[in-house]
Design a protein around this ligand. Structure first.
Ligand code: COA
Ligand code: MG
Length: 218
């Protein structure tokens, strides 16, 4: 597994223009549609990081093979050993590539309204949150949110997947999918990062977490 990240506050307008010329036409098109400059920066830098991963792992950048599934997840068409996923939040863009399907989510700290809590969390997750101190609980809501997102992004199903059909077992670092009988599980690595973010990576099988910590500089 390879992880790359970028802080968009380090990007000057001039550098952005250079990167913009290097990404795919569809990436440029999407970037042009954003009203906020920061959104365009995050989107373009996601593809820049992806290209860099491809260069290192595949020795080439197969731009014409990058497609999106019906829910928007980008993937390399025809590849059965190169998978990737992109996430951005706040100042950061993260790309993870792996030899099996992967989902990544980075989430900046924020408060989650009671209505959102109701919408997002299952009874198992609510029980877990209730076992924590109030201070811990607020952080762990974001942690669970990020973990859940990474699972949805691993599946590639986006908003079509109902939040109450699976739960995250934070203590074991697993997603437990109740749509399957017996429930199917996936691995989720999660860490507090850069003080103000949670970063989660979801895969089917375990992998070397020490190596990823090293790549993240933690
Ligand atoms: N599956 C996996 N990855 C996807 C995807 C999908 N269906 N659709 C898009 N992506 C990739 C793209 O690369 C996208 O970046 P890009 O357009 O710049 O290339 C990137 O994921 C966006 O991820 P992230 O930055 O983490 O955004 P997000 O967390 O706002 O949204 C979605 C992620 C779009 C995949 C989707 O899950 C979503 O909208 N989720 C919000 C649902 C919700 O209510 N969650 C509550 C908490 S669980
Ligand atoms: Mg996200």
């Amino acid at each position: 597994m390879k992880l790359k990240f970028y802080n968009i506050t380090e990007l000057s307008e001039q550098q952005y223009e250079k990167y913009y010329q290097k990404v795919s036409p569809s990436c440029r098109e999407r970037a042009d549609r954003f009203r906020q400059k920061a959104d365009a920066y995050r989107h373009v830098m996601g593809e820049v990081l992806l290209f860099s991963c491809m260069e290192e792992v595949l020795g080439k950048v197969p731009v014409d093979k990058i497609e999106r599934n019906e829910y928007g997840k980008p993937y390399v068409k025809g590849s059965d050993d190169f998978f990737f996923n992109i996430s951005h939040s706040g100042d950061y863009v993260v790309v993870v590539c792996h030899n099996e399907p992967v989902g990544v989510d980075i989430q900046e700290m924020r408060t989650i309204s009671p209505a959102m809590v109701k919408k997002i969390f299952t009874k198992e997750e609510v029980t877990y949150l209730a076992s924590l101190s109030e201070k811990e609980r607020e952080r762990h809501k974001i942690m669970l949110w990020s973990m859940k997102e990474s699972y949805i992004k691993y599946l590639g199903l986006g908003l079509s997947r109902e939040m109450d059909t699976f739960f995250v077992d934070a203590k074991r670092g697993k997603a437990v999918d109740m749509k399957d009988c017996p429930p199917k599980e996936a691995e989720i690595f999660v860490t507090l990062w850069k003080e103000n973010y949670y970063l989660s990576i979801c895969t089917k099988n375990p992998w070397d977490q020490d190596e990823i910590r090293r790549q993240m500089g933690i």
